[in-house]
Design a protein around this ligand. Structure first.
Ligand SMILES: N[C@@H](CCC(=O)N[C@@H](CS)C(=O)NCC(=O)O)C(=O)O
Length: 109
């Protein structure tokens, strides 16, 4: 039962929100979430935010999609890229811009 709810939730997130977009699973009082969102803002990358601390099903969906339990978790066009540490690394090596551009081609606004 628990798995079924989780799968349904992930399916909804994947279909309705993730495809072609930057999605960040986050929560309040989370310094790494704040840093990740600030970096995306600084780079002019629009993103959708899901607060997993208020929705256990979304937390399950995050874990299923990423295999990780910490927040933030960031997905670009449905592909998990990791947390703030990985986001910052992608930014440093120039890959973030390319990933965001590629996501725009598949529907991100
Ligand atoms: N290296 C990770 C660290 C993420 C992290 O430690 N997040 C904290 C909240 S700011 C967390 O989820 N703590 C709960 C836990 O470690 O289970 C990143 O860069 O995103």
């Amino acid at each position: 039962m628990r798995m079924r709810r989780s799968r349904t939730s992930l399916q909804n997130v994947t279909d309705a929100k993730v495809q072609g977009r930057v999605l960040i699973y986050s929560g309040p009082m989370c310094p790494f979430c704040t840093r990740a969102k600030r970096l995306l803002d600084e780079r002019g990358v629009s993103f959708e935010e899901v607060d997993v601390t208020v929705d256990p099903e979304q937390r399950d969906a995050m874990i299923e999609a990423t295999g990780r339990q910490t927040i933030p978790q960031i997905l670009i066009d449905g592909t998990p890229i990791g947390g703030f540490t990985e986001l910052a690394e992608l930014d440093r090596n120039g890959e973030l811009a390319a990933l965001v551009e590629a996501a725009k081609d598949t529907g991100a606004s």
